[in-house]
Write a protein that binds this ligand. Structure first.
Ligand code: HEM
Length: 411
């Protein structure tokens, strides 16, 4: 399943910003390694530009322009065909996912209905569980002395956490975890479709069970919520649940992998962050600014309008490159530099999005990332890259790292 680029070597790019934008395709494997150099050149030349790739879309790279689009649901809908976050569930393309792909009052009602499960207190209530599964996963790794930390660690913890929030039993969480890893790791469309069907059947079973016997969990709330005076249909709920799992799992797994890479690249940073709760929190927040895991999501223009001086018509698809906004020199000093002690400016970073669809799970993500990093640094204090390792970045809807082959002293 193609969510990201990242499987091919980089290529030379044309240095004219408009030409670069014209050929920009966030899903092209060649984009990954130099994504932010390319986006920086495009942004400085034309923060709103047209790409001719993927049947044509408008590439938005400037901070002000991205924020404006995200904060104007009366002009730009969160529903976008084939370009945005919903592309992670391609097998459910025909249904519209409530909340993720809806706007205005319908969207507000959904946010209100689910909010209880995403407050800072609800996130804090997951901390003990997150810590326990991190420890369990790391205990199994320690004696091995070497592993890929992406498949062996960062992709192991988040699916269990979102499974628990949804209300799955321990066995069901393990099933979910295994199947979502297989789904997003699938190498062919037919393999992804096959796993996608089994996964959709599993979710349908869960949805029907919650309809009959609702509990005090996120999935029960999704299944029983009355929005616009009606209970949501099964197809929409399946897509919504798939997106909820992807939002909770792919993002956090990739953010954690990027964080580990940042620590491997910068020993002084690693020393400051190790064993110190304050800096881990600051580290996570700067990481989400500098390398947001949600790299780019979409919007669709619904009226004749303009953005950054570009005239737009209803149906024009936009790609909002959140990470590019966070490096915009018009808003951030040294935006291209990772700074642990970066002062919180009056300009909030857009790594969690902006406007009405701003990340609902950000408190949970912060807890997960902090605990995953704390436990990793405690359990494998001297982990280092394998001498012959080549680390490949990914870029696309989600930004991450393909694999992190590391080793450590066995205990
Ligand atoms: C580092 C981790 C994460 C990052 C960087 C991140 C980022 C984002 C961004 C940028 C958006 C807005 C997308 C848009 O407007 O098009 C978003 C939406 C969302 N995120 Fe996250 N996210 C993360 C983790 C999580 C987690 C753990 C959950 C838990 C389920 C979650 C749940 C959601 C939901 C439900 C939405 C849609 C909200 C809506 O449509 O109103 N996210 N996220």
């Amino acid at each position: 399943m193609v969510l990201n680029s990242g499987d091919a070597p980089t290529r030379e790019t044309d240095s004219d910003p408009a030409t670069m934008a014209r050929g920009f395709n966030h899903l092209d494997p060649a984009v990954a390694e130099t994504a932010y150099e390319t986006l920086g050149t495009i942004r400085r030349g034309c923060p709103v530009a047209r790409s001719g790739e993927l049947d044509g879309f408008v590439l938005v790279t400037g901070y002000d322009e991205i924020r404006e689009a995200a904060q104007a649901p009366d002009r730009f809908s969160a529903y976008v065909d084939g370009l945005g976050a919903a592309a992670v569930v391609t097998e459910m393309r025909e249904a519209v996912a409530p909340m993720f792909e809806t706007d205005d009052e319908h969207h507000h009602q959904w946010r209100r209905a689910l909010m209880d499960f995403f407050t800072p207190a609800a996130a804090a209530a997951q901390e003990q569980y997150v810590r326990a599964i991190c420890r369990e996963t790391l205990q199994e790794l320690i004696p091995r002395g070497a592993a890929d930390l992406v498949s062996g660690y960062t992709q192991q913890v988040p699916p269990l956490v979102i499974g628990r929030v949804l209300g799955l039993s321990e066995l069901e969480r393990a099933w979910l975890s295994e199947h979502v890893r297989a789904l997003y790791g699938a190498e062919t469309v037919s393999e992804a479709q096959q796993i996608g069907r089994v996964y959709a059947d599993f979710l349908l079973g869960q949805i029907r069970e919650r309809r009959a016997y609702p509990g005090d969990d996120l999935l029960s709330r999704m299944v029983t919520a009355e929005v616009d005076g009606r209970i949501t249909g099964e197809d929409e709920l399946i897509k919504m649940t798939m997106l909820m799992v992807a939002a909770g799992h792919l993002t956090t797994a990739d953010a954690c992998a990027t964080a580990i890479l940042q620590l491997l690249d910068d020993p002084a940073l690693r020393e400051r962050v190790t064993g110190n709760a304050g800096p881990v929190e600051a580290f996570v927040e700067e990481l989400v600014r500098y390398e947001p895991a949600v790299a780019a999501t979409g919007r669709t223009a619904t009226v004749d309008t303009q953005l950054g001086g570009m005239p737009l018509s209803p149906g024009d698809r936009l790609l909002l490159a959140w990470g590019s906004a966070n490096r915009d020199e018009r808003r951030f000093d040294d935006g291209e530099v990772f700074r642990l002690d970066r002062e919180r400016s009056r300009t909030p970073h857009l790594g969690w999005g902006a406007g009405e669809h701003r990340c609902l799970g950000r408190h949970l993500a912060r807890v997960e990332l902090r605990v995953m990093l704390e436990e990793l640094l405690r359990a494998l204090p001297d982990f280092r890259l394998q001498p012959d390792a080549t680390v490949r970045r990914t870029f696309g809807i989600i930004r991450g790292v393909a694999a992190l082959p590391v080793r450590w002293s066995r205990r």
